[in-house]
Design a protein around this ligand. Structure first.
Ligand code: SF4
Length: 320
């Protein structure tokens, strides 16, 4: 049985943070893990290095808080980090490795990339990068690309089937390698975009949870970057010079609805700074009695509740 101990955010205030507060930490010291060299980081002046350290510290703090708030990682967990080669998953791996050094619980990390056999996929990029930073990793090869092409009618979007096959492959592999958690790189904007996509097109009020049990009950998924802003992740990935693999190799059209929602949210934030933060807070602060879902709230039982409350008030009056 696993120990129920989870992270305390204070455990992430390590020596690196104290260096930050002195505004003197060189970028090279920002991560004591073995990281691939970044010419962009090396070229930063003192102010740039200070900003980078603040950015890294913010991402660590937000990820640490999300891990604590949702009890994402426990003693002995083997966390499988899904690495697509995009900015989010590289950042996730980097931040988790950094948190691992100071965590009060022991957990291991294993990076897994699913090579879906898309034409032009640069298959050496991830193994070379992962070997260079000394992380335990697997490259899982599954030709989902051919299946998707074969099964999807011409002109239809391939992403739904592709994602389903990818999920199935990764979940199955997690079991094979004994991973107890599957970590995904979704961030705050992904969660809000999903919320609005469901609202606009799905007729449901749901987003993307920071922690989830898979439908078959076999895997627990965690999203440690749930509190992190996409812009911060993009800047971190840029400065770290991660070897990004473009996500359009399959030739599929991007999800246009998601793109529209993304732009809408971006416009809102530009016109009303802080709106995304408020909306994200709303996702964590739901009042079922103020919505209209009869499964979530017992509207039919209100009369009974009213009678109970009135009876208890009468009892109190009689006693006084
Ligand atoms: S863009 Fe291509 S690789 Fe990505 S989910 Fe869609 S079909 Fe799959």
């Amino acid at each position: 049985m696993q120990d129920a101990v989870t992270f305390d955010p204070r455990d992430f205030q390590d020596s690196q943070d104290s260096q930050d507060s002195q505004d003197m930490a060189p970028a090279a010291a920002a991560s004591t893990d073995r990281e691939a060299p970044s010419p962009l980081l090396d070229a930063l002046d003192v102010r740039g290095k200070r900003e980078f350290n603040k950015l890294q510290k913010r991402l660590r703090r937000q990820a640490g808080n999300a891990i604590v708030d949702y009890g994402m990682i426990q003693e002995g967990d083997r966390v499988m980090v899904c690495l697509s080669g995009g900015k989010d998953s590289y950042t996730l791996l980097s931040i988790l490795r950094s948190l691992q050094r100071n965590a009060p619980v022991n957990f291991s990390l294993v990076a897994v990339n699913l090579d879906q056999k898309q034409p032009g996929f640069p298959e050496q990029v991830l193994p070379e990068y992962l070997a260079s930073i000394g992380v335990d990793y697997h490259i899982l090869e599954r030709d989902t690309y051919s299946v998707v092409k074969e099964k999807t009618p011409e002109g239809k979007t391939t992403c739904a089937l592709c994602s389903r096959l990818r999920r199935g492959s990764l979940y199955g592999f997690a079991e094979e390698i004994g991973a107890t958690k599957i970590a995904l790189g979704h961030h705050r904007e992904d969660i809000l975009e999903t919320l609005f996509l469901n609202l606009f097109f799905g007729g449901s009020l749901k987003a993307m949870p920071p922690k989830l049990l898979s439908d078959d009950g076999k895997n627990i998924l965690i999203r440690p970057l749930a509190y992190c802003r996409e812009a911060d992740i993009a800047e971190f990935a840029r400065l770290m010079a991660f070897p990004i693999i473009p996500c359009n190799l399959c030739g599929s059209q991007p999800n246009l609805q998601r793109q529209v929602v993304k732009e809408m949210l971006g416009e809102w934030e530009k016109k009303h700074p802080g709106r995304l933060e408020s909306m994200f807070k709303a996702v964590t602060n739901v009042a079922p009695s103020q919505l209209a879902d009869r499964e979530l709230f017992d509207f039919a039982g209100l009369e009974e509740k009213q009678a109970r409350l009135q009876a208890s008030r009468i009892d109190i009056l009689n006693e006084s």
